[in-house]
Design a protein around this ligand. Structure first.
Ligand code: SF4
Length: 299
């Protein structure tokens, strides 16, 4: 269960921060994904959401604008408004009731209820009893992906903030998140991936890259020393530092070819491979980020 209160107050990403991001992306005619949620329910404030989608579509005509929702507020008319605002894709995550375990029957009931509100049947693509139910529906060409997941067995520990037992698990796989993602919290705090969130003090103290306003552009933030350190750490197969050491997100065993390819890229761009200290020895990002912060302050 979450240790963070996300319900008693409603804090919004300021308009100016959103504009900074969109304007930087517009400079490069950005045509990749723009995700509008991060541990919140975007559909709870309809006019704000529609305005933000419209503005993003105006400045980024080629971007894939999408978000994840719990689906509670959605119906056919709401989806139509999202489409006309410029939404590209929608993900609906069906959750078990607070404090209750995953339940196939409950998930099926919620799928049916959502189908009724969307006025269209959701086609079930994957059904693994006790684990997951996944489907899709298109409304006026808007792809909507619907899924219910047993997070007790398939979830990750959210950068060690959630008490999911990973046993003796120790991650060896690379991770593409700090390469592909740029995660901005509602107050402008930046993280290397969306597993970390700003209201969890330990995450902010240990893993925040800084605030968006610390950098002249989002590209400078992406290319910062701190972000480069995360990418360097996560490029290769091998032991990882905390919190990645116990993160199951995208974990897989590499084939000899995959491992060799990563080693080649690493040595080409970063020089001879360096072995990461054992995570069990308490290695974490804290030391590296602190050194980086001191270096930044002294400039
Ligand atoms: S391994 Fe997990 S915690 Fe680390 S960057 Fe990737 S997704 Fe985030």
């Amino acid at each position: 269960m979450s240790k963070v209160d996300r319900a008693s107050t409603n804090k919004l990403l300021p308009h100016d921060t959103y504009e900074l991001i969109l304007r930087d992306l517009a400079e490069i005619s950005y045509d990749e994904g723009l995700c509008l949620n991060l541990y919140n329910e975007p559909t709870s404030d309809k006019s704000l959401l529609l305005n933000r989608i419209r503005r993003a579509r105006e400045l980024l005509p080629a971007a894939r604008i999408y978000f994840s929702s719990n689906g509670d507020y959605l119906d056919r008319d709401y989806v139509r408004e999202l489409i006309s605002a410029g939404l590209s894709e929608l993900y609906i995550s069906i959750h078990a009731p607070a404090g209750k375990p995953y339940d196939d029957a409950y998930a099926a009931t919620r799928f049916n209820d959502l189908s009724r509100r969307l006025q269209k049947a959701i086609k079930i693509d994957i059904l693994r009893p006790g684990e997951t139910m996944q489907g899709h529906v298109n409304i006026e060409k808007l792809p909507i992906h619907v899924f219910a997941t047993n997070y007790y067995t398939l979830g990750s520990n959210r950068a060690e903030s959630v008490g999911l037992s990973s046993g003796a698990f120790s991650r060896s796989a690379p991770c593409s998140r700090p390469f592909n993602d740029f995660t901005v919290s509602y107050d402008g705090t930046l993280f290397p991936c969306c597993q970390m969130f700003v209201d969890f003090a330990e995450h902010t103290q240990r893993y925040a890259i800084g605030k968006l306003t610390d950098f002249p552009t989002i590209f400078a933030a992406y290319a910062s020393q701190a972000m480069a350190e995360w990418r360097k750490e996560l490029l290769r197969y091998g032991p990882k530092l905390s919190p990645c050491a116990t993160c199951t997100e995208g974990q897989h065993e590499g084939t000899p070819e995959q491992i060799a390819t990563r080693e080649k890229v690493y040595s080409e761009f970063l020089g001879p491979s360096q072995v990461v200290s054992s995570p069990s020895a308490g290695g974490s990002w804290l030391g590296g980020i602190r050194r980086w912060r001191v270096a930044r302050r002294s400039k």
